[in-house]
Write a protein of this length. Structure first.
Length: 127
């Protein structure tokens, strides 16, 4: 059991990814590892932002965007205002020289690699 298990069993994950099969694989891994967590999937930043504006709360978000695009996006601001931790993924994130301080989940990734990236984050909430 990692130090994050307790925090995430009641937490919320957001997956912003166009590839539905990959999003489902990530969601399945998260649900298996953190049984009490809620996982929401969207196919793009606009849909994710609409859900956040409608009340969705994320503790951890997987976002398919380049670091530069994400850095100037409204989605970044909305997630950071919630205190969400962010992991970037996808072609543009993998090809970028710098990830603007966000970890990048590189493909091909395994369950172990996915959980290793999560374990590298400080997911504890400040009181």
């Amino acid at each position: 059991m990692s130090r994050h298990d307790v925090a995430l069993t009641s937490g919320n994950f957001l997956i912003v990814l166009r590839q539905l099969l990959v999003a489902e694989d990530i969601a399945d891994t998260l649900c298996d590892r953190f049984p009490g967590a809620q996982v929401e999937r969207t196919r793009g930043a606009e849909e994710a932002l609409q859900r956040i504006e409608a009340g969705l709360r994320a503790d951890l978000a997987f976002v398919e965007m380049s670091p530069a695009e994400f850095d100037r996006s409204d989605l970044k601001q909305a997630l950071l205002l919630q205190g969400a931790r962010i992991i970037l993924l996808g072609d543009a994130a993998e090809l970028a020289e710098e990830a603007e301080g966000f970890p990048v989940l590189r493909r091909p990734f395994s369950t172990v690699a996915l959980l290793r990236v999560i374990d590298g984050l400080d997911l504890r909430r400040d009181p």
